[in-house]
Design a binder for this molecule. Structure first.
Ligand SMILES: [Zn+2]
Length: 371
């Protein structure tokens, strides 16, 4: 579940009949009144979407998608789920849902393209990772998405106590203990590796005493070592909440540092005439010219621009008439258009929280694919 990749894949989808359903739900409350409000919102949105639709097949498809979403919401979701988003288009044979540990504002939309902005916004705000807490004779591996523990497994090795090994020399006993520890570490490393391979998770954290982690890492393959973001020293018996909180703090610190570095790199590149731009106008221009690479956008950036319905050029300010071709232009959310465009081109969109340097430059900028 690399959410940026999911967004990228979704951003390339089009329903030619304009019946792509995107729905976001606030799942912080699960009481009946809240569920009822959600079902009512679905009904209202369905009625609105069917207005003016004459084609019977298309009407049936839209109705089927809404029914599928309503059915889906009656299922159970993992504890800790605070937001759910669903994308459905029976015309494309698509139905998928993501649960998130952060809430969405409930909103439902039917259009020719998926509505991805809320998902793109939150994808930067929570982390999906594995954490392995390792000791000499026990290990605990958790897969965590934000505040949700998706799965966990405890491993323990039976290390015979000294008292039961009467007559052993100190050296022989020591060797015996080390063999046990290595076997345990190898087993835990194999398990962690399997989880990395099948959970499609980029980030791994380790926790344990330095000496123990050094030994444990000997048994990890390179592809897992590469994903290790850092290590902590937590008690293996700590509560899940405590583990999740400490990991989150570490990841947050790492992310903030990497975002600060990214903004600095962007501004330096602009100053030295490198392949980068800052500011709304320049960023939109780079998109129109097909140069847009990695987009760097402040979370508070919100601006209305216009998209030409005939030549598809984007304008950095609202206008009803396209200055390029004279066609009709419609108001659009610039952050959504920019994020979508970056992801569709296979570039990244990085949402930065409250960086004063980026704010001073209009809250948006981009690295270019070429100058
Ligand atoms: Zn135009």
């Amino acid at each position: 579940m690399r959410i940026q990749e999911e967004i990228r894949r979704l951003s390339g989808l089009r329903d030619p009949q304009g019946a792509f359903l995107s729905a976001y739900f606030n799942w912080e409350r699960r009481d009946r009144a809240h569920r009822k409000r959600i079902q009512e919102a679905l009904k209202r949105s369905e009625r609105r979407s069917l207005q003016g639709v004459e084609d019977d097949d298309l009407r049936a498809r839209i109705q089927e998608d809404f029914r599928a979403v309503a059915r889906h919401l009656r299922k159970g979701f993992p504890s800790g789920t605070r937001g759910i988003c669903v994308f459905a288009s029976s015309g494309l044979g698509l139905f998928e849902s993501h649960v998130l540990p952060v809430p969405f504002k409930t909103q439902i939309m039917v259009a020719s393209r998926p509505f991805l902005l809320p998902l793109a916004r939150v994808s930067d705000e929570y982390e999906h990772y594995l954490v392995a807490l390792v000791d000499t004779e026990s290990a605990l591996i958790l897969e965590i998405a934000g505040s949700i523990v998706l799965r966990e497994e405890a491993l323990s090795a039976e290390v015979p106590g000294r008292h039961s090994q009467g007559g052993w020399s100190q050296m022989r006993y020591q060797r015996h203990i080390e063999d046990h520890r290595d076997r345990h570490h190898r087993e835990a490393a194999d398990r962690l590796t399997r989880w990395v391979d099948d959970a499609r998770v980029d980030s791994v954290l380790l926790s344990g005493q330095d000496r123990i982690l050094a030994n444990f890492q000997e048994f990890l393959p390179e592809r897992v070592k590469r994903r290790i973001l850092g290590s902590l020293s937590m008690d293996i018996r700590a509560s899940k909440d405590e583990i999740q909180r400490r990991c989150q703090q570490l990841l947050q610190k790492k992310k903030e540092a990497s975002h600060r570095a990214l903004v600095r790199e962007l501004l330096e590149s602009v100053l030295t005439d490198g392949p980068a731009v800052v500011g709304v106008k320049e960023t939109v221009r780079s998109l129109n010219e097909g140069k847009l690479g990695t987009l760097v956008v402040s979370r508070d950036f919100a601006s209305i621009g216009a998209l030409c319905t005939s030549c598809e050029m984007l304008h950095w300010e609202g206008t009803a008439q396209c200055p390029y071709c004279g066609g009709t232009a419609q108001p659009v959310s610039l952050e959504q258009e920019l994020i979508n465009a970056a992801l569709q081109k296979g570039a990244d969109a990085v949402t930065v929280v409250g960086d004063p340097d980026l704010e001073r430059h209009g809250g948006v900028g981009a690295f270019l694919r070429y100058r």
